[in-house]
Ligand binder design. Structure first.
Ligand code: ZN
Length: 318
């Protein structure tokens, strides 16, 4: 990975060279090379945010873009990127991790595109490919959090993982007849339907769970009152996520390279955090959203019981 100066560089105008690696994430026209494959909204093969919105604390855009309905993507223009970047750096202090309950990132994108308001800045596919769907200046409606303001202060990544839908017994959404994972000599392998495999950038990729729990393979822990049983994310997803976290921090320094930590239990708690809105760093959807009936906000559990918080924490502290 190429380390850059503390201040992210401005993109040089002009066409890209054919062989230039596509490794950069962007905010207000600034780019940071994260050293792993990124397909951005303005590049071939991209996935474009279906429903961007303006953040209410940022002022370098038409304020009508803060509200529904969604307008054509070309209408989401940043008027003064330098000033916009200063506002964005003050505003955003959380990078929220999600599982997408989908087979692949393209599958997730289809579902979000069917919604009149949902989206996510990033998708992280099984093969480690990162998709950035819009400039981080924009808001995406991915996690309202219990105070309804979660999207204003955050950027989000939806990571491909079926969560409990991978277990036939719990597959109320995808209605699987057999578990989606099977044990092989190499580990627990996700059986991708042929049509879904074609959606991967690396079509020969073997989607193995990075870790397994005992003989059964899947992890099981209680999160916000629900027992979540799921297989792990892939090794490629962890490797790319660590780079993505560093890149988001480099662009938006208030997103500190830290995850929630309970010093007494000596581990990352899984439930909604007290003071969740003030946390500055990288955290899960479940950490900000235990559910708020008065506001009609649902209880959330992602990135789930299998997510390796210890690995992320150790990687980011190095
Ligand atoms: Zn979520």
């Amino acid at each position: 990975m190429t380390r850059k100066a503390a201040e992210p560089s401005r993109r040089q105008p002009g066409p890209r060279r054919d062989k230039e690696p596509l490794h950069c994430i962007a905010a207000c026209g600034r780019e940071v090379d994260i050293g792993t494959c990124v397909i951005r909204w303005d590049q071939p093969g991209s996935l474009v945010c279906p429903n961007p919105r303006g953040r209410s604390a940022c002022t370098r855009h038409d304020p009508r873009l803060n509200d529904a309905p969604t307008l054509p993507f070309s209408r989401y223009r940043i008027h003064n990127p330098d000033q916009a970047y200063e506002e964005l750096k003050k505003t955003v202090h959380q990078f929220v991790l999600h599982y997408d309950v989908c087979w692949t990132s393209r599958h997730c994108h289809q579902l979000l595109a069917d919604s009149p308001f949902k989206g996510s800045h990033f998708y992280l596919d099984l093969d480690g490919t990162v998709y950035q769907t819009c400039d981080l200046y924009w808001k995406t409606n991915t996690a309202p959090a219990d105070d309804g303001l979660g999207n204003e202060r955050a950027v989000h990544v939806e990571m491909a993982n079926l969560s409990w839908q991978a277990r036939a017994e719990e597959s109320g959404l995808h209605l699987l007849q057999t578990d989606a994972y099977r044990k092989t000599d190499a580990g627990w392998l996700l059986n991708l339907p042929a049509g879904r495999r074609q959606e991967l950038r690396l079509q020969s990729f073997q989607p193995l769970a990075a870790r397994a729990y005992g003989d059964r393979g899947y992890f099981s822990r209680k999160i916000n009152g629900r027992t979540v049983r799921m297989w792990d994310f892939t090794e490629a997803q962890y490797a790319a996520l660590i780079r993505l976290c560093r890149g988001v921090h480099e662009l938006l320094p208030r997103v500190r390279l830290q995850v929630p930590w309970d010093p007494e239990q000596r581990r990352t708690p899984l439930d909604r955090l007290p003071g969740f809105s003030r946390f500055e760093g990288i955290l899960g959807h479940a950490h900000v959203q235990g559910g708020n009936k008065n506001k009609g906000i649902k209880r959330k559990y992602d990135p789930g019981s299998a997510f390796d918080w210890g690995r992320l924490r150790r990687a980011l502290s190095r």
